[in-house]
Design a protein. Structure first.
Length: 264
């Protein structure tokens, strides 16, 4: 069966993963290095921001280690990075095989379409989990010497939120590719949904009429509880919602992929 599709896909992803690892560690290091400067700053200027915005980005706690990391990493830059990684991996897993003409070779073996989908999706999920582990280890290791007052549980919860966001939007890109065979369409749809979801998440925090609808956005479940602030409360139920939604997105497209004419 040409070896394991899962392990082969992991090998295909490894070069990109190395680059993402280096970039992630560099980003975490840059943010941590700036911590002493932010800690000692006069934060009265933030009083001019709306209270809802200060709460959304943890500005009121920015001179504490958890609040600083939450505002500078876990509700801003890292969600974008994980979504980009997830969408990029999800969009190309099947499309690259189709474009290279190797999909027919894979499916001419006893390998079923379902097994192909599962193995490819599992490889992408492994990459995102690995990137989440990089965030966890680098943040925890760098924050300790900087005396930021963070714990392993703290960084684990925040890192998990990033992984879940990447998984969901990566699953959307993966499913659109499986249904259409078009990588560009998959990227356009998943990125558009991510941008729309984030904008709605921000607007719902500022507009009372939208607040009751904020639960529909993945960002509310991943970031709304402040992933790196209330670590003592345990894993939020919203994280489970994100995991279930990810599985459902891939499961719903399986019949479409089975019926789609792949030109074999």
């Amino acid at each position: 069966m040409l070896g394991s599709v899962y392990t082969k896909t992991l090998r295909d992803l490894r070069k990109g993963f190395i680059g993402w690892t280096i970039g992630t560690v560099a980003l975490v290091g840059f943010v941590v290095v700036l911590w002493p400067t932010i800690r000692d700053m006069d934060m009265s200027v933030l009083d001019e921001y709306p209270a809802e915005l200060r709460e959304l980005f943890s500005f009121d706690a920015i001179n504490t280690g958890p609040g600083y990391l939450n505002s500078q990493l876990f509700t801003s830059m890292l969600p974008i990075m994980f979504i980009i990684y997830g969408v990029g991996a999800g969009a190309r897993l099947l499309a690259r095989e189709e474009d290279a003409g190797t999909l027919d070779v894979l499916l001419s073996t006893p390998l079923s379409r379902t097994r192909l989908m599962v193995d490819k999706a599992a490889a992408a999920a492994t990459g995102l989990l690995g990137l989440g582990l990089v965030v966890f280890v680098s943040t925890w290791a760098m924050a300790a010497p900087a005396e930021m007052g963070v714990s392993a549980r703290y960084t684990a919860g925040a890192s998990l939120a990033m992984v879940l966001l990447g998984l969901l939007y990566g699953a959307i890109a993966y499913s659109v590719t499986a249904a259409t065979g078009k990588r560009s369409v998959a990227i356009a749809i998943s990125v558009s949904l991510a941008v729309a979801g984030y904008v709605f998440y921000l607007m719902a925090a500022l507009v009372d009429a939208l607040e009751s609808w904020n639960w529909i956005t993945p960002f509310h479940h991943a970031l709304g509880v402040g992933p790196a602030i209330d670590a003592s409360a345990g894993i939020p139920l919203g994280y489970l919602w994100l995991a279930i939604a990810t599985v459902m997105v891939v499961a719903l497209v399986r019949p479409i992929f089975h019926r789609r004419d792949l030109g074999l």
